[in-house]
Design a protein around this ligand. Structure first.
Ligand SMILES: O=C(O)CCC(=O)C(=O)O
Length: 263
């Protein structure tokens, strides 16, 4: 990794419904595939341990995220890369969350984020508690942040995270095929308005209620796609250069031109 360039692997995986052991194995396989491509970071989708088996979370959610943390820490260290851990279902003090972990190549946990906006259409609010905190982390010297899936429909949340200094936004998702056009458009808008790179990782396959459309994307700060995946399981590779950001933000200085006193 140079200071501004990043080689990213997007692990667009299928998720076995309610079968964490199968999914842990799949994540391990994809980290190894990514390492073979000599990437700096590999990124995963949302709720990859359980899928949306929300009624079974009491048996399936990872207690305090410890199993996920142990796996991601070991894999990051063994393979000498960053892991953006998508998100997993966790059980903490009797509550359930949709939780992200990010690891550095030393196997150290960089940050934890819990999905802030719960998606009523998929009954998240009936089973999960919402997070209430921002996340900020560095990939090398690159300032990054993340949200989860439905969070991208709340531009004010991503603006707040970006205004704090991030220029790279990760978005893990289980975004249904039926709304995949909205996925692409919302992500492009979030990239353009925040003048940030966006790495958006959707799952493929289906569960008892939905089919999931893949179409994972890496977008530049103008909203143009550097990488677009299809609707099958695959590992996509993209290179981004954060050196583009100062010129784009200098030409149209939206962060400086904001009028927060009005909104
Ligand atoms: O906003 C949407 O259309 C999809 C959101 C979603 O599937 C989720 O947050 O899990």
């Amino acid at each position: 990794m140079t200071v501004t360039k990043l080689k990213i692997a997007v692990a667009q995986i299928d998720i076995a419904f309610g079968q964490p052991a199968v999914n842990f194995q799949r994540v391990e396989t994809f980290v190894k595939k990514a390492a073979a491509q000599k990437v700096d970071i590999v990124a995963f989708p949302e709720m990859w341990n359980t899928g949306y088996a929300l009624t079974e979370l009491d048996q399936l959610a990872d207690p305090d995220g410890l199993q996920t943390q142990a796996l991601l820490s070991r894999l990051a260290k063994e393979n000498q890369l960053y892991i953006f851990g998508g998100s997993v279902a966790t059980k903490e003090a009797g509550k359930f969350y949709n939780t992200t972990y990010v690891y550095d190549p030393k196997g150290q946990l960089l940050t934890t984020y819990r999905k802030v906006h719960l998606f009523g259409l998929m009954h998240e609010g009936d089973h999960l508690d919402a997070g209430a905190a921002e996340t900020h982390f560095n990939i090398g010297k690159i300032a990054a942040t993340n949200v989860i899936c439905y969070d991208i429909r709340f531009p004010e949340w991503l603006r707040k995270l970006s205004a704090a200094g991030s220029s790279l936004i990760f978005v893990p998702a289980e975004w249904p095929t039926v709304r995949i056009k909205q996925w692409a458009r919302l992500l492009a808008a979030r990239a353009i308005e925040n003048q940030s790179f966006v790495v958006a990782i959707n799952r493929v396959g289906s569960d008892p209620d939905n089919a999931f459309g893949g179409h994972s994307l890496v977008l530049d700060p103008l909203g143009d796609a550097i990488l677009t995946l299809g609707d099958q399981e695959e590992l996509g590779i993209a290179e981004i250069d954060l050196d583009q950001i100062p010129a784009i933000r200098g030409e149209i200085p939206v962060f400086e031109d904001r009028r927060p006193e009005l909104y």
